[in-house]
Design a binder for this molecule. Structure first.
Ligand code: PHE
Length: 364
């Protein structure tokens, strides 16, 4: 009988020792175990994939496995033989288990090496296209940030509105052109798509008491012929500040600060008297700035001091005098984001904003 070294060195030594100590008293079962050891290690070495390894494991160590069978036969042995041959069986089982593990590990790394053989890690990686914010969203975010720094908070209101919120409460008489069927999208039930975000002035004053300081971005809808500078749906930014002692100076200071933050310190302003039903006095704001192409005046906003008729409409609706025209004053403003984004981003046609064309959008 020949002592064999199993693959794992420590078990190999044990096998050698146990065998050499017992050269005189060999038992047929011990020989059978040793020869199974030899054939098992040989079979494991010649496995060429992981499923063969698994088959070997089951054949040798499984419930009906060949080595397992020897454990059951231990009871055939005498008291003197049992510990010695039991030890040999244990060592062989350990050696076979280690050989299975080792061969399996080698096969896994071979398989992985094969998978990577044709991969050139020096090639440039795949570029994943990254998204970007829509130019109007970018402008909106900057706008909100600037007003937040001045203590304005965000307010909201529905796109589908009542005539009262859109017109009556805003002191806009029944014969005002904005209320015309040809200018406004009416729903069959008499509600409408808001023609401006000034509705949120009313929505806010219905809920809050002064001091009120809000901005409200949102969509507005008009029956405009769609062309390079008009869409039937566009984006507005509304502002409202109501408190005691709010003055026209506050309005000018707020808007000039805001637009200078956005377009640069060089911006110049013109407040031209205008008419809005819900502000008195009312103005249109013109701006001239290098960032906006310099040279020419651009009309960018409507604004004014809140008309006391607006306060009274809200008081009547609330059934309490939260707004006292003797005590409270306020200013309101509104401007469109689309046209500003067009100028800032050099976009020649407003329709690009809503086309959803990747080639356009990926430029920002
Ligand atoms: N709502 C007005 C418009 O859409 C703008 C505006 C808002 C004017 C607030 C004055 C005060 O044209």
């Amino acid at each position: 009988m020949q002592a064999r070294l199993a693959p794992a060195p420590e078990t190999g030594i044990l096998t050698f020792l146990s065998v050499s100590l017992n050269v005189t008293a060999s038992h047929p079962m011990e020989d059978q175990i040793q020869s199974l050891n030899v054939s098992a290690l040989e079979a494991i070495r010649s496995c060429t994939d992981e499923s063969q390894i698994e088959a070997e494991r089951v054949r040798l160590l499984g419930r009906g496995g060949e080595l397992t069978a020897f454990s059951e036969r231990m009871r055939e042995l005498s008291k003197e033989e049992k510990p010695r041959i039991g030890k040999v069986l244990n060592e062989v089982r350990t050696a076979v288990t280690a050989a299975l593990e080792e061969r399996k590990g080698a096969l896994v790394s071979e398989r992985e090496a094969r998978a990577f053989r044709n991969v050139d890690v020096s090639l440039p990686g795949m570029a994943f296209p990254s998204g970007a914010m829509h130019p109007i969203t970018q402008l909106l975010d900057r706008t909100v940030q600037i007003f937040r720094r001045m203590g304005f908070c965000l307010a909201d209101g529905p796109d589908i509105e009542t005539e009262w919120h859109c017109f009556d409460a805003l002191n806009t008489p029944a014969d005002h052109p904005a209320r015309n069927e040809a200018d406004t999208f009416y729903l069959p039930d008499g509600r409408l798509l808001r023609t401006h975000t000034s509705t949120i002035q009313i929505r806010t004053l219905e809920q809050m008491a002064p001091p009120v300081r809000i901005i409200a971005p949102g969509a507005a809808y008009r029956r405009d012929e769609v062309d390079a500078t008009h869409l039937a749906q566009f984006n507005q930014m509304e502002g409202l500040y109501v408190d005691e002692d709010v003055t026209l100076g506050d309005l000018r200071g707020t808007l000039e600060f805001f637009f200078r933050e956005l377009f640069g310190k060089d911006a110049e302003f013109r407040f031209r008297p205008h008419f809005f039903p819900f502000t008195e006095p009312s103005f249109e704001v013109d701006i001239k700035a290098a960032a906006l192409g310099g040279g020419r005046w651009l009309e960018i906003a409507g604004c004014g001091m809140v008309d006391p008729a607006v306060f009274e409409a809200v008081n009547a609706r609330r059934g309490e005098r939260v707004l006292d025209p003797e005590r409270h004053t306020g200013f309101a403003f509104g401007f469109g984001l689309d046209r500003l984004a067009m100028i800032l981003s050099g976009v020649p046609d407003i329709r690009h904003f809503t086309d959803g064309d990747q080639r356009f959008l990926s430029q920002f």
